[in-house]
Design a protein around this ligand. Structure first.
Ligand code: GAR
Length: 224
C-alpha cells in the first residue's frame, strides 16, 4: 500500500515565529558544520544551530561551535554507567535545545535507537558517496573514497538522507554526482566530494525549514 506522508509540523517553531533549531552532531574537523554556519551568517539559511554534540572531545568542530557562542557538548557512552544514562543525557540536551532537526555532519557513531525513534523523519545525515553504494558500517571518511577508487568507479558524489535504524539505509533526500579522475587519490576525490557536501547539506536543511519534504514510500518528493 502506498503511504504518502508530509513531514509537516517538523517546524513547530515557525508557527510561533521562532527560529528553526538544529542539533548538529560531529566527530571531527566540522567543515560541514562550518558550511551550515556560513549559510546562516549570510542569511541564505533561516535556521539556528542550537547545539553541537560530539562523541570525541578533541573534535575540531567543537571549537567552531564555541567560537560562534553555540553550546558545544562532548557526549559519549563511555562517560556513562549505562546506555540508558547516556540516552537520557543525550535526550536532555536535544530537548533543552528545542531541536527541530538533528543533522549528522560527519558523525561517525550510530545514534541510540530511542533517539532515532523519537526523532523519526527529523534526522538527516551527509554521506560522501552515492548511496546505496559505498555505505554501511565502517564506510566513513577516507575509507569511502579508497573503496570508490579501488572499485574503479567513474563517478562518485554525496548523499543527504533520512536516518533510520541502520547505517546509511534511510531514504535519500538529495544526491549529487562528482566525476572520478584517473589521477585521483582518495584525498583529491574527498576534496572534490566535500565541496559538493558543503552545498548539499545546507540545501537539504533548507527544504525542512521551508516544509517542502513529502515522503512517498522510499521516495522523497520535494514540494515546489
Ligand atoms: C564528511 O566528508 C562526511 O561526509 C563524512 O565525514 C566527513 C566529515 O567532515 N561522513 C561520513 O563518512 C559518514 N558516513 P567534516 O567534519 O569536515 O564535516
Amino acid at each position: 500500500m502506498r503511504q504518502i506522508k508530509s513531514v509537516k509540523c517538523l517546524n513547530p517553531g515557525s508557527a510561533m515565529n521562532e527560529p528553526f533549531k538544529l542539533a548538529v552532531f560531529i566527530s571531527g574537523r566540522g567543515s560541514n558544520l562550518q558550511a551550515i554556519l556560513d549559510q546562516i551568517d549570510n542569511s541564505e539559511l533561516d535556521a539556528q544551530v542550537a547545539c553541537v554534540i560530539s562523541n570525541r572531545s578533541e573534535a575540531g568542530g567543537l571549537g567552531i561551535a564555541q567560537q560562534h557562542g553555540i553550546k558545544a557538548v562532548h557526549l559519549s557512552p563511555k562517560q556513562f554507567a549505562s546506555e540508558q544514562d547516556y540516552e537520557k543525557a543525550l535526550l536532555a540536551v536535544l530537548q533543552e535545545a528545542d531541536t527541530n532537526l538533528i543533522v549528522l555532519a560527519g558523525y561517525l557513531k550510530m545514534l541510540p535507537q530511542l533517539v532515532i525513534h523519537l526523532y523519526k523523519n527529523r534526522i538527516i545525515n551527509i554521506h560522501p558517496a552515492l548511496l546505496p553504494s559505498f555505505g554501511g558500517k565502517g564506510m566513513f571518511g577516507i575509507h569511502v573514497h579508497e573503496a570508490v577508487l579501488e572499485y574503479g568507479c567513474k563517478v562518485s558524489g554525496a548523499t543527504v538522507h533520512l536516518v533510520d535504524e541502520n547505517y546509511d539505509t534511510g531514504v535519500p533526500i538529495l544526491q549529487e554526482c562528482v566525476p572520478v579522475k584517473c589521477s585521483d587519490t582518495p584525498e583529491s576525490l574527498a576534496a572534490r566530494v566535500l565541496e559538493v557536501e558543503h552545498r548539499l547539506l545546507p540545501a537539504a536543511i533548507k527544504l525542512f525549514v521551508q516544509d517542502r519534504i513529502v515522503i512517498d514510500n522510499r521516495r522523497i518528493v520535494i514540494k515546489p
